[in-house]
Design a protein around this ligand. Structure first.
Ligand SMILES: *Cc1c(COP(=O)(O)O)cnc(C)c1O
Ligand code: SF4
Length: 356
């Protein structure tokens, strides 16, 4: 049984750099910190200490624990290395282009934490080639593909980069005349909220003069991830008029019940963060223990309608393997699944479910 720490050290407001430098980075460090023998995993480990204190306080098997601590099941031979086909759609310059009007940009492979369920866990671990950034090429690509009106910073986690670096990127991409929406996908506001400083907010606000929208999509899966510091970060972003959305992955033994999701989406709404997507988990190698069936997911999702207003409910989506794109995962006619989904080009494609 773990000691329940109400340790004052949890309140230490480490600077962002300090958090990154002092993070727990190995199995041995984890075991020492959590005072417990852990199951071995061949995937990398990275947990900032402030978060580690919160995980320890939540205890073994809690939603925080399950998301961030390694499990032996990561070694199972199940699922795909690249479940959603990022490599197929990579342009070799840091851009991933799957939809006509919008493109992903991956300026870094670093994250503020390594989530065990991550759909890019194999790419981030072994195949970094697709993340090679060639800025000039990337800007040129967007300029010549005039259907592209949105640039989405992802990674890794783009907020790992300095304000200066992000500003330089925006400066470069602002040269593409058709580009009018900018979006950041990030787990950082939850994991290291102190990263959201005034300078960052000011910079985003400044870019709202050039772009029609500057959106920050916060990745968050459970109510227990909401800390006082996170609340303050969202409040600061709100003050600067930055549009905040949230993205959640449905995960077995983390948030796979309507009550947990209801609590999370209510809290986010109260912080003026609009729930945007609930992702069905990807069938990614190393994350079998997080997977649940579409039937189960639909059953959970269906219960939200009665408990949450329409604007507090995200769209439940599934990314079809092989770069086929995202689709609404909820079939209102029943829980049964026909085995086919409609892809981004409006064609029926097979979606094969492996045994849970
Ligand atoms: C999910 C995704 C996007 C963003 O899609 P939205 O539905 O606009 O959130 C863009 N590009 C790729 C490759 C994606 O996987
Ligand atoms: S922050 Fe995102 S990209 Fe990074 S490990 Fe977690 S889920 Fe993966």
């Amino acid at each position: 049984m773990l000691e329940h720490h109400t340790n004052r050290k949890t309140d230490i407001n480490l600077s962002f750099k300090e958090e990154m430098r002092t993070a727990l980075k190995s199995q041995a460090e984890l075991e020492k910190f959590f005072e417990i023998k852990l199951e071995p995993s061949s995937y990398s480990i990275f947990i900032p200490r402030a978060l580690a204190y919160r995980i320890k306080k939540s205890g073994v098997g809690s939603p925080l624990w399950n998301q961030f601590l390694p499990k032996a099941e990561e070694e199972l031979n199940w699922g795909a290395i690249d479940p959603i086909g990022d490599m197929i759609k990579s342009k070799g310059n840091g851009l991933i282009h799957r939809y006509k009007n919008r493109v992903l940009f991956t300026p870094t492979t670093t994250c503020p934490v390594l989530c065990r369920y991550c759909f890019r866990k194999n790419e981030l671990n072994h195949n970094k080639d697709i993340f090679n950034t060639k800025l000039k090429d990337a800007v040129e690509y967007i300029k010549t593909n005039q259907d592209i009106n949105e640039l989405i910073f992802t990674g890794g986690d783009p907020l790992i980069l300095s304000n200066k670096k992000l500003n330089d990127y925006l400066e470069a991409f602002s040269q593409a005349p058709e580009l009018k929406y900018i979006r950041f996908h990030s787990r950082t506001p939850v994991i290291i909220p102190s990263r959201i400083d005034k300078e960052f907010c000011q910079s985003l606000k400044k870019w709202k003069h050039r772009f029609k929208k500057v959106i920050l999509i916060i990745h968050i899966n459970h109510q227990d991830e909401i800390s006082k510091d996170f609340e303050e970060a969202t409040s600061l972003l709100n003050q600067y008029g930055i549009e905040l959305l949230a993205q959640t992955v449905l995960l077995k033994d983390v948030n796979d019940n309507a009550n947990a999701l209801k609590k999370l989406f209510t809290s986010l709404s109260d912080l003026n963060v609009r729930p945007y997507y609930l992702h069905h988990p990807d069938q990614v190698k190393g994350a079998k223990h997080f997977y649940l069936s579409l039937e189960r997911g639909r059953e959970i999702f269906s219960k939200l309608r009665n408990q949450l207003s329409g604007w507090a409910i995200p769209e439940y989506v599934i990314d079809i393997p092989g770069a086929e794109g995202k689709i609404n995962a909820f079939n209102p006619e029943g829980f049964n699944f026909s085995g086919k989904l409609i892809n981004k080009d409006s064609q029926l494609v097979s979606y094969k479910q492996e045994a849970e």
